[in-house]
Design a protein around this ligand. Sequence first.
Ligand code: UGA
Length: 439
Amino acid sequence: MNIVVIGTGYVGLVTGVGLSDIGHSVICVDLDESKIEKLNAGVSPIYEPGIEDLIHKNVSAGRLSFTSSFKEAMKDSDIVYLAVGTPEGPDGRAEMKYIESAAEMIATEMTRPTILVVKSTVPVGTNRKLQNQMAEIAPYPVSVVSNPEFLREGSAVHDIFHGDRIVLGSDDIGALETLKAVNEGFDIPILATNLESAELIKYASNAFLATKISFINEIANICESTGGDIRQVSKGMGMDHRIGSPFLNAGIGYGGSCFPKDTSALNEIAMDAGVDFKLLREVIETNKNQRLKLVKELKMRYASLEGKKIAVLGVAFKPNTDDIRDAPAITIIRELLDSGAYVTAYDPIAYENAKKVFGEEVYFAKTVKQALQDAEAVLIVTEWDEVKEVSPKEMLELMKTPIVIDGRQCFDMHEMKEHGLDYYSVGVGEIDAKEVVGN
Ligand code: UGA
């Protein structure tokens, strides 16, 4: 099968590389020539652990190539994967402009009947509209298949080969059979649905995971004032298979380019469908409030942050990515700056992107220790390994005032207190369970 993948963001690139790795001939196309130049030089334009090794392997095997020419990519293609962005528009709805222009280009350059596989996250009804639009503008028959992605940034290479399911939505039985055959090499269960169900599975899955996070964060807030320990509560809840342990880590709320955008978009979809999705709006609201917790906690220790040197450890929305889109750190740092604090931030990978946002307003340290030097408090925002490896003794030695506000449960309350640190950990109540039960 000759497959074209349009878009070399993390979804398109990981999909293209994955399909080539299971034996297909894949051309990835992106109009951004600088990205294609990098890829042709064997360099990934996105930070994703393991991707470059797979690019080298499949390019060397002659199964994978990159181009910025639509015409060249389309000339021998049977299947086109669409993986362009659908960012949140000003009204909270997903923006369709990249999908629409890609569809027009496909119609212009196609040379035969084509299956159009939509990976991009699109509102319910979009794939059917696309099917109708292509019937009007394309010179050959086009079958649209909705194939939502479930890749997590930072572990996308693992996820493409070890997903829980592949969802294929279409009304065209022939196209579904072809796509099932294309995906056979992944050896992942396939669920065939209609177009609308496939679109909804994606939004509902992300919104449900976001709901789990907001739920556990509210339980964490209850723990703090009752003496509970959210780590134990999450563990106890997760041991019930009906609940499951993933996505029960309390913290400072979800961020990134998916959950915030997709929860807003689903709320809009619900409204359009005449459904008042109050629960989802509460999930979104809880998440916004959770982001403010660390600075609130800090302000309980300092009446004013004017001139205080505050260290922030981690800027990326989660470890193993350089992505800072809708990262809680952005809100937190902005609040610190607005309160007059001097911010020294550390992030092993995302500092370049963070510099683009904050410029000279924030000093970016090269190491965790450098960030901690003379700090009057530290806020832990992303649970990078480098951050978890700092010892309480080092914090005590380096910091001017040993106040540690931990939004990611990186340390043990008992140990930190034993060392004399003023330690706050999200979801851990003042009455330390360890002291109570003596373990
Ligand atoms: C998410 C989904 O997990 C993927 O299945 C989906 O394909 C992707 O969105 C997408 O729509 O493209 P991603 O945003 O990369 O993936 O990251 P997650 O690992 O899901 O984390 C999202 C946020 O939730 C992060 O800020 C993370 O810190 C937070 N989180 C996650 C928690 O606060 N607690 C948890 O227990 C888990």
